[in-house]
Design a protein around this ligand. Sequence first.
Ligand code: PLP
Length: 399
Amino acid sequence: SSIFAAVEMAPRDPILGLTEAFNADTRATKVNLGVGVYYDENGKLPLLGAVKAAEKVRLEAAPARGYQPIEGLAAYNQAVQNLVFGANSAVVRENRVITFEALGGTGALKVGADYLKRLLPYAKLIISDPSWENHRALFEGAGFTVDTYTYFDPATRGVNFAGMKASLNALPAGSIVLLHACCHNPTGADLTAAQWKEVVEIVKARDLVPFVDMAYQGFAEGIEPDGIAPRLFADAGLDMFVSSSFSKSFSLYGERVGALSIVAASKDEAARVLSQVKRVIRTNYSNPPTHGGAIVAAVLSSPELRQQWEGELAGMRDRIRAMRTGLVDKLKARKVAQDFSFIARQRGMFSYTGLTVDQVERLMSEFGIYAVSTGRVCMAALNSRNIDYVADAIAAVLK
Ligand code: PLP
């Protein structure tokens, strides 16, 4: 018989399943709040002007497509370090940080996970409760036992910071802590700068290993303020891992542009770590693709394109904020009993709204509004044409 005879069907990805149901819905007023991408005011995935300009130059130069180095494009990796840590930071100046171009944020997490498993085979890994749904699967796939730390507080729809600190303080030394730099997915609840300082103190005192996942740098407040976590860890002199993604901030989802950065205690240590991570990459996909990294590097290294990109990034950030405050105001105007002001305090693309499974189901069946059953909605899927309809629908299912 076939070697596949006993293979079971894997469970469907819940979010992709939602998109399929949305696509099949024939109602003209339908809205998909389940997505994990930024849509513009016209409900479209944007192609940024800065990206278009860099692509035009590249197309005209028509470069040959040779293999890249295992670690990727040097100019790209340098630009990423400058974004994450600051060009004048001690870790960059002292060559203590090494960066690898990776296949999106997911690819960066995976390379980091595989290397960490070789480096610290017995370490336990913990993620926030809840976290991006791929975190657990990815780290378990790399061989880690994955636990959670207290994070979201359903009462305030913010962070349960006392609970988080208690969880971190109870970890054995050497545990790896996965932290969301900003725009926490799926809740939208972020730490304040003062809270980050406390987390850094605990991580240092308890000898934990920070792995900062930065998939939304620039979507909360701006490049520098959103980089507070890696910068504070670096200033505290800690070894750390940072995964970056440019899927959202450059709207380059399908090009798979991300990076893994690792900070070591010395230049010499960093060089040895570099040689080991290259082995991980070499046996996995050998070297990264050329196009996306070349475009991001071109934008970041040209003062004009960089300025244009920062303007476009601010435009995306401001539009999400406007949708957040708009929804809060519109729900208030519809006299709903609940206080939704937390939506304006949460940051990034997502909000844990507190809508129940039943309410989410009613949004879908009665209004053609699709959201994740946890109540997570994508604020970047709202626009001035659908926001009133969504506010009406939410007010209706709350009654
Ligand atoms: N990490 C978090 C927290 C995310 O939300 C995402 C994407 O949704 C990723 C990583 C993965 O990013 P990429 O699409 O670049 O692989």
